[in-house]
Design a protein around this ligand. Structure first.
Ligand code: RB5
Length: 142
């Protein structure tokens, strides 16, 4: 299960991502926001981060205007590793090296074509499992 969340700056891109996940046959849960009205990104960042940290959802995708505010919020929840990605190289590297469990996107930064490629790269790349990366990830939580 993939947890989705956004504010008004990410609302339109979230609609594209939901349609894409449906085409791929991937289950998701939408934690809001559900309209284009101005709202507060921490509400949705926290809801998705808690769903991922608790194990209710395996991965999360968060979208605000830049991806920054919502990822800063998500990273406050222990166990969450949220990464803002603006390209596929970063999406692949953050899975291989950081075992990132939440992808953050900027709805005002990346267009839908690139965003969906980033989503696919993030979802389809496994963690490398390398000892040095495991060690570094455990050091984040110390
Ligand atoms: C909302 O205007 C905007 O500040 C928000 O979407 C996000 O970019 C914050 O980091």
């Amino acid at each position: 299960m993939i947890a989705l969340g956004c504010d008004h700056g990410g609302f339109e891109l979230k609609q594209e991502i939901m349609a894409h996940l449906e085409k791929r046959g991937l289950a998701y849960r939408d934690f809001g926001t559900y309209t284009k009205d101005s709202c507060d990104y921490p509400v949705y960042g926290k809801a998705v981060a808690k769903a991922v940290a608790s194990g209710e959802c395996e991965r999360g995708i968060l979208i605000c205007g830049t991806g920054i505010g919502i990822s800063i919020t998500a990273n406050k929840i222990p166990g969450v590793r949220a990464a803002v990605c603006t390209d596929c190289f970063c999406a692949e590297a953050t899975r291989l090296h950081n075992d990132a469990n939440i992808l953050a996107l900027g709805g005002r930064v990346v267009g839908p074509g690139l965003a969906l490629k980033i989503v696919d790269t993030f979802l389809d790349t496994p963690f490398s499992g390398d000892e040095r990366h495991k060690r570094r990830i455990s050091m984040i939580e110390e």
